[in-house]
Design a protein around this ligand. Structure first.
Ligand code: HEM
Length: 394
C-alpha cells in the first residue's frame, strides 16, 4: 500500500529526477505545512478550559446533550471523568482509551473541547444554588424565531480543530463515551478559516464579507480576564465563563443587492479592513437616504456597532463566532449564517442589555434572524488529576 507520505516522497523524487527543482520545493513546503498543523497542540490543563481564549480554529461542532432520566450527580462525575481523560488525550493528538479507530488520531491540529451546563441541568439535579451569578434562561427577544432543534440542552461539549478529520474523530470519541449518560439533542457544525488564510486572531470574515471580531478584548490582558472569566460565586465555576450561543441565519440574497457603501453603513465599518467609517457618504438604503437627504455623516445612529457598543463600563462580551453553511435550496439560496458564540462572566449584565438594544433597533436585523439559542455555564479549568466540574458533582 502506498502511504500519503510515501506518495509525496516518491513524487518529489521523480520531479527532482526530471530536473524540476521548483516542483520539489513546492512539495517540500506542502509537507511541512501539513506537519505543522498536525503538531500544533493547545494546552489542556490550566485555570480555564481550553478553546475559548484561543484563535479560531478551521472547523467546529457544538454538541448539545439531554441527560438520561437515571443520571444523578455521581453519574455526572463518572461522565466528566471519562470526558476529561478523552479531551486530555485528543488535544495532544492521541487516541482516546479503547479507541476503535486510533489511526484517525492524526495529530493535535489545535483540537480543543470544553464542557458547559444549561440551566435545565441545574433544575434536573436540584443544583439551582450552584448556578453562577447572572446565569439563567434568556428572555425572549422580539427578533427571535427560535427552532427547538437548534436550541437548549442540559450539557454542551464544544469541539474545534484545524482539521476536519481530526475534529470528526475527536467528536465521535467524546459522543461515544457520553452515550451511557445522555442523548444528543442537536449538533451544529461550522467553520472559520484554515490556518494562514488571515492573520492569527479571532477575527474572521463572516459570509456577509465583514471582518468580525475587531472590537473584542485582547487575549492575555486583564481586560480579557475581567470580561470573560468568572471570579466569584460557586467555586466550581471560578475560572469558567458563561456562553451565549445563537444560531443566526443570514439573508444573503437581499444582502447581495446592496452596494459596498450601504453594506458598510449597516455595520459602521469598512468591508476592506474593518476600520470604522469616516467622512461623508451617499446612502442607497431607503430609510437612511430619506433621513439624510444631503448625505450621511460617518456611522449611522442605528449601525450595528453603534447599537452594540457598551453603554456602561461592564457591558462587554467576547465574541467567537464561526460560520455555518447548510446547503443550497432548489432556488439556489444558501442556508448560511453564524454559530454566534459570546463568552462573559455574567450574561445578565453583559450579553442581555446589548441584545435588548439590538433587538429594539439595529440596521443589521433586516438581514439576520436568530433561529437557535442556548446558554451554558462553562466550568473552570483543571489541573492534572482533576476532573472537569468535579466540585459541582462531588
Ligand atoms: C449574524 C449576526 C451578526 C453579525 C454578522 C455581526 C457582525 C459584526 C461586525 C462585522 C462587527 C464589527 C467588527 C467587530 O468589532 O467585530 C460587530 C461588532 C459587534 N457586535 Fe456583532 N454581529 C452579529 C450579531 C451580534 C449579536 C447577536 C451581538 C450581541 C447581542 C453582537 C454584538 C457585537 C458587539 C458588542 C460588537 C462590538 C461593538 C463595538 O465596536 O464596541 N453582534 N458585529
Amino acid at each position: 500500500m502506498v502511504t500519503r507520505r510515501g506518495f509525496l516522497a516518491g513524487t518529489a523524487a521523480s520531479a527532482a529526477a526530471a530536473g524540476l527543482a521548483s516542483g520539489v520545493t513546492a512539495f517540500a513546503s506542502a509537507a511541512s505545512a501539513e506537519t505543522q498543523t498536525a503538531k500544533r497542540a493547545l494546552e489542556f490543563y490550566g485555570p480555564h478550559q481550553m478553546g475559548i481564549e484561543a484563535d479560531l480554529q478551521a472547523v467546529t461542532n457544538f454538541i448539545s446533550f439531554d441527560l438520561k432520566p437515571s443520571v444523578d450527580k455521581a453519574a455526572m462525575l463518572r461522565w466528566m471523568s471519562l470526558i476529561t481523560d478523552d479531551i486530555s488525550r485528543l488535544s495532544q493528538g492521541d487516541p482516546v482509551l479503547a479507541d476503535p479507530s486510533p489511526e484517525l488520531a492524526l495529530g493535535a491540529a489545535r483540537f480543543s473541547a470544553y464542557v458547559g451546563f444549561g440551566p435545565s441541568l441545574f433544575r434536573k439535579l436540584g443544583l439551582e444554588d450552584q448556578m453562577p451569578i447572572g446565569f439563567g434562561e434568556l428572555p425572549k427577544f422580539k427578533i427571535d424565531q427560535l427552532k427547538p432543534e437548534f436550541s437548549g440542552g442540559d450539557v454542551l461539549i464544544h469541539v474545534a480543530a484545524d482539521d476536519p478529520v481530526v475534529l470528526s474523530h475527536g467528536a465521535r470519541g467524546l459522543v461515544r463515551d457520553s452515550m451511557p449518560f445522555a442523548t444528543v439533542r442537536w449538533t451544529q457544525s461550522g467553520f472559520a478559516h484554515t490556518p494562514g488564510m488571515v492573520p492569527a486572531g479571532v477575527t474572521h470574515r463572516n459570509l456577509m464579507g465583514q471582518i468580525d471580531g475587531t472590537a473584542n478584548p485582547k487575549f492575555g490582558t486583564e481586560d480579557f480576564d475581567n470580561v470573560v472569566w468568572i471570579s466569584d460565586g460557586p467555586e466550581w465555576a471560578i475560572g469558567g465563563t458563561q456562553l451565549v450561543f445563537r444560531r443566526i441565519a443570514m439573508q444573503l440574497d437581499t444582502w447581495d443587492q446592496l452596494g459596498t457603501p450601504s453594506k458598510e453603513e449597516v455595520i459602521g465599518r469598512r468591508l476592506s479592513n474593518g476600520a470604522p467609517l469616516t467622512g461623508e457618504r451617499e446612502s442607497d438604503i431607503p430609510d437612511l437616504a430619506a433621513r439624510h437627504p444631503n448625505g450621511l455623516k460617518v456611522i449611522p445612529d442605528f449601525a450595528h456597532i453603534r447599537r452594540a457598543a457598551p453603554e456602561s463600563e461592564g457591558e462587554r462580551i467576547f465574541r467567537r463566532p464561526f460560520s455555518y453553511e447548510a446547503g443550497f435550496n432548489a432556488q439556489g439560496s444558501l442556508d448560511v449564517g453564524l454559530l454566534w458564540a459570546a463568552y462573559q462572566a455574567n450574561m445578565q449584565n453583559q450579553f442581555i442589555p446589548i441584545q435588548n438594544r439590538l433587538a429594539e433597533v439595529d440596521l443589521l436585523n433586516k438581514w439576520t434572524l436568530p433561529i437557535g439559542s442556548a446558554v451554558f455555564a462553562v466550568a473552570g479549568g483543571v489541573r492534572p488529576g482533576e476532573v472537569i466540574a468535579q466540585r459541582l458533582f462531588f
